[in-house]
Write a protein that binds this ligand. Structure first.
Ligand code: COA
Length: 633
């Protein structure tokens, strides 16, 4: 049984809370790849290279996992296509050989391809479609000063965490006994995605000394270090925020709206903006900043979302042109958000890093904000800040107008259901001798089957950080054993013993797939590598990748992820198919936080119904286990 502990960094020694960070003065900018950045962290554990699975193993797993998604006739064809692909001397073997040669020369054969395919070449807007948000515990502010004081604490907390990362003082993360790659942490701060005409890039700056504060759609550059390189204290930051809010009482045109656009559209506008030297300098100040702090106004909305779902939506997309969507720079790797009504959290651009390092950062800064007490504001020290100005040409003006219209349409389409399932949590599931993650995954697939009458391709992220520069692999949670269990459970007249046996089989099958995925033996990244090699070497795209069975198995109607955090938080993101659901969860000791999303424009999906069905499935699965265990006593 694999036991895992992701993120021991959460328990950072308290002494780091007071560490001073000294800056060197010249910023350095780089456009990085995953492999080059991880060289920086080689004082952490040395990790093995990402392996290449055997071709026949991948194809066997592919056939097994595609089966529940196809009719009998479709499956016969897909199975044959897969067997032909893997036939001795065939194109699959040729590509496999090329991949093995590549992997012998590189520590992570996947990094560049993954960054490009999953993120930089993706052309839909980053908000909703790619950027996750993390909801922090809600605050109550009775004045703007309280809002800004809290924001100041989050800023200082984040800068202290940055100092720990920069000083390579993070505790090594582990998954079970295996140390994990730490390079993602070095990309959380000072990064920004830059839009391109067909593909984007990531700009990363070393030694930046400022953050950006967004207020009323204005962007201010605020220096957050003293001349001797020490981080300013909370009161200095608070003074700076007060000064900024006093100087931005009316709304700005909203250049930030451009970051909500489709990437090609934003790429064109970015080129146009940059023609003007003042704009170019303002863009550079944003892109090279350490992070963005968004000081939001209360979102005025008329929808039927619950209070917790509204919080999630405000952090995810800012609730449109009349609310806070222009008070963002969605390309920035890290945006902290504090709203006047106590909503707070973060939104991050996904290309450089996964959820767990972000959740660890969030736990750190939320704990810092809880522990830190601000003294009286002296009002004498105001950090240097500068309003960033833009000359907006007619084409850029028009782009902003269209971006506002488009973001409103997107915002109106997203349905979110963020809730806490409070009947039991991780510890109760462990007491039943089940893996909590597998248990939850089975409930999610079962909820889909119950609502829609058939299974769905189901993506769960698994960490491959056991390997050099590792990121994620897909856990294909729509496994035959899980679908069998759901069918047995949903059929009338099945005995409790039969159901329990099917549940045990389903849990074991999921856990085994998790084991494969975290050990670099999953199938989806391997298949991506083979496909990319074919494209890059001018080999005709093999029929395997053109088979409808392949597209069906990649049409992730369930896009799910566990992002564990100690505090009462939950990560949220949009669905990745128009007719799908996003479902992220934080399994806590005695409860599970969920954020389920769907698109209103697809009449067959509903995040509220899905959430209700999921709650029922979780309880039913537990009842199967408890009643069976009790009857065997
Ligand atoms: N009986 C009792 N306890 C069990 C058990 C069983 N049969 N199986 C597991 N457990 C325990 C584990 O020991 C662990 O204990 P802990 O709380 O003391 O650490 C706990 O239950 C959780 O284990 P499990 O639910 O099996 O999940 P996991 O922590 O191994 O997580 C993944 C599984 C796939 C989520 C994890 O490996 C992973 O990859 N996480 C990162 C995902 C990611 O990157 N997401 C973000 C993408 S943006």
């Amino acid at each position: 049984m694999a036991t895992t502990t992701v993120g021991v960094v959460r328990g950072l020694p308290h002494k780091f809370l007071n560490s001073k960070h000294v800056l060197s003065s010249t910023p350095r900018v780089s456009f990085y790849s995953s492999s080059s950045m991880s060289e920086k962290t080689n004082h952490y554990a040395k990790l093995p290279p990402l392996p290449v699975p055997k071709l026949n193993q991948t194809l066997e797993q592919y056939i097994r996992t595609v089966k529940p998604l196809l009719t009998k006739d479709e499956f016969v064809i897909t199975e044959q296509v897969a067997k032909n692909f893997g036939a001795p001397g065939g194109v699959g073997e040729k590509l496999q050989h090329m991949l093995e040669e590549k992997s012998a020369k590189e520590k992570n054969w996947l990094s560049e391809w993954w960054l490009d395919s999953a993120y930089l070449s993706y052309r839909l807007p980053v908000l909703v479609h790619s950027n996750p948000s993390l909801v922090f515990p809600k605050q109550i502010f009775s004045s703007q000063k309280e809002q800004l004081s809290y924001a100041a604490k989050l800023i200082i907390g984040a800068l202290r965490y940055k100092a720990i990362i920069d000083g390579a003082k993070l505790e090594q993360d582990y998954l079970g006994k295996s140390p994990l790659d730490m390079s993602q942490y070095t990309k959380v701060f000072c990064g920004c995605r830059i839009p391109g005409l067909t593909t984007d890039s990531i700009r990363h700056t070393s030694n930046s000394n400022h953050i950006i504060v967004a207020h009323n759609n204005h962007f201010f550059k605020m220096i957050v270090y003293r001349e001797n390189g020490e981080v300013l204290d909370d009161n200095d930051i608070l003074n700076g925020l007060l000064h900024i809010t006093q100087n931005s009482t009316g709304p700005a045109a909203g250049v930030g709206f451009l970051t909500t656009e489709c990437r090609n559209v934003w790429g064109i506008a970015h080129q146009e903006l940059k023609k003007d030297p003042m704009n170019s300098a303002s863009l550079q100040a944003i892109e090279d900043s350490i992070f963005v702090m968004c000081l939001d106004k209360m979102s005025k909305v008329e929808d039927n979302a619950t209070a917790s779902s509204r919080v999630a939506l405000q952090l995810l997309h800012g609730y449109g042109a009349d609310n806070n969507s222009g008070n963002r720079w969605f390309d920035k790797t890290l945006q902290l958000i504090v709203s006047e009504d106590g909503v707070n959290g973060l939104c991050y651009e996904h290309a450089p890093t996964e959820g767990p390092p972000i959740a660890n950062l969030a736990d750190f800064i939320v704990n810092y904000a809880k522990e830190s007490i601000l003294g009286e504001t002296k009002g004498i020290s105001i950090p240097k800040s500068e309003l960033l100005t833009f000359n907006l040409s007619a084409p850029v003006d028009e782009s902003i107008r269209l971006a506002k219209r488009n973001v409103d349409m997107l915002v109106q389409d997203v349905q979110m259901n963020s809730f806490t399932f409070d009947k039991f949590g991780k510890e109760d599931i462990k007491a039943l001798k089940f893996s909590p993650d597998s248990f939850i995954q089975i409930a999610i697939q079962m909820a889909f089957i119950r609502l829609h009458g058939h299974p769905a391709a189901h993506y769960e992220s698994a960490s491959t950080r056991r390997f050099h520069g590792g990121r994620t692999e897909t856990i294909r949670s729509c496994l035959p054993e899980i679908v069998d269990f759901a069918k047995i459970h949903l059929k009338p007249n099945q005995s409790p013993q039969e159901k329990y046996k099917a549940l045990q089989t389903a849990i074991s099958a999921h856990k085994a797939y998790v084991g494969m995925a975290i050990n670099g033996q999953g199938i989806d990244r391997h298949l991506l590598g083979l496909k990319r090699l074919a494209i890059e070497n001018g080999v005709n795209i093999p029929t395997f990748f053109l088979d409808p069975g392949y597209s069906t198995s990649n049409n992730w109607r369930l896009s799910t992820s566990q992002v564990a955090a100690i505090n009462d938080m939950v990560m949220c993101y949009g669905p990745v198919t128009p007719d799908g659901y996003g479902c992220c969860y934080n399994p806590r000791r005695d409860e599970i936080n969920f954020a389920v999303s769907a698109f209103y424009s697809t009449p067959t999906t509903c995040a509220n119904k899905f959430g209700e069905t999921l709650k029922g499935c979780l309880e039913e699965i537990r009842n199967i286990a408890t009643s069976s265990i009790q009857s065997s006593l």
